[in-house]
Design a protein around this ligand. Structure first.
Ligand code: B1M
Length: 212
């Protein structure tokens, strides 16, 4: 790993937001591809944070400061990932579902979609089925994207699809889902239109759903 990526990796692990930002700036200045910075610096570090958490070496506070450091680094990277000049490839409402506060993966998916020309309406975290329904009525997107990181919040994806059906909006949108515990089988079980395991395949899925 290059020195710049190593600085980012260590800064995220230490929960050092300023260090993560400085590391991302230095890596961009050194000409490192933004996608490499994202995957080999920021995402790789969060993967290690997850491993340390699972092994009881990190606890929630460490995880939280690491996540903040990653978000700080992402904020610097975002303009370079998102090509602002692109014409709209479609409109998508995204959020992390009710009861779930994890937003790093959802933010990445939103950024990658924006970077690929989608207009993204981000409802944030803890979005209830009703909030999705209201946003779909108001913004009339072609796509709805739901993220869940907790097995306990996955059922809210199903509840949201049901709420869209009840509001007569289900056939107006394609629904895509993702998040660490989510699977393709679960997507089929709840009647979503697609699942993707990561942010880059989410863009491929969104494009294919637009053409479907
Ligand atoms: Co939490 N947490 N957390 N956490 N956390 C996990 C998810 C966990 C697996 C850790 C563990 O136990 N090993 C575990 C869930 C267990 C389970 O349900 N199976 C867990 C737990 C238990 C909890 C709490 C309950 C802990 C507690 O309080 N006791 C609590 C719940 C709070 C709540 O939500 N109500 C909690 C809290 C937190 C923090 C607040 C401290 C923090 C979140 C900060 C934030 O997001 N702003 C946090 C973090 C950071 C994690 C881990 C370490 C990292 C998650 C992450 O950001 N990954 C995580 C452990 C792990 O994943 N190994 C863990 C990086 C991110 C880039 O990946 O989000 O998977 P991910 O997104 C990917 C793909 O999944 C996909 O693309 C993304 C980019 O490639 N994707 C989509 C995601 N959404 C998509 C949507 C799509 C398509 C693809 O279409 C729309």
């Amino acid at each position: 790993m290059s020195e710049e990526l190593n600085v980012i990796y260590e800064a995220v692990l230490e929960g050092n937001a300023k260090g993560a930002q400085a590391g991302v700036k230095a890596a961009l200045d050194a000409g490192i591809d933004p996608d490499t910075i994202l995957k080999q610096g920021l995402i790789a570090a969060m993967g290690e944070v997850g491993r340390l958490f699972e092994e009881n070496e990190y606890f929630v506070p460490e995880m939280l400061v690491a996540a903040r450091a990653m978000q700080a680094g992402l904020a610097i990277l975002k303009p370079r990932l998102a090509d602002a000049g692109a014409s709209s490839a479609g409109k998508v409402v995204v959020a992390t579902v009710k009861g779930d506060l994890h937003d790093i993966g959802k933010n990445l998916v939103a950024m990658m979609l924006e970077g690929n020309g989608f207009e993204v309406i981000d409802l944030g975290t803890d979005a209830s089925p009703d909030k999705f329904v209201k946003a779909v009525s108001e913004h009339q997107p072609q796509l709805v994207g739901m993220s869940a990181l907790l097995t306990t919040t996955m059922p809210s994806m199903n509840a949201t699809i049901k709420a869209l059906e009840e509001a007569g909006l289900r056939d107006k949108v394609k629904v895509m889902i993702g998040g660490a515990p989510v699977t393709d089988a679960y997507a089929r079980q709840i009647g979503a239109d697609g699942y993707s395991p990561d942010a880059s395949s989410a863009v491929r899925l969104a494009k294919s759903l637009m053409g479907a």
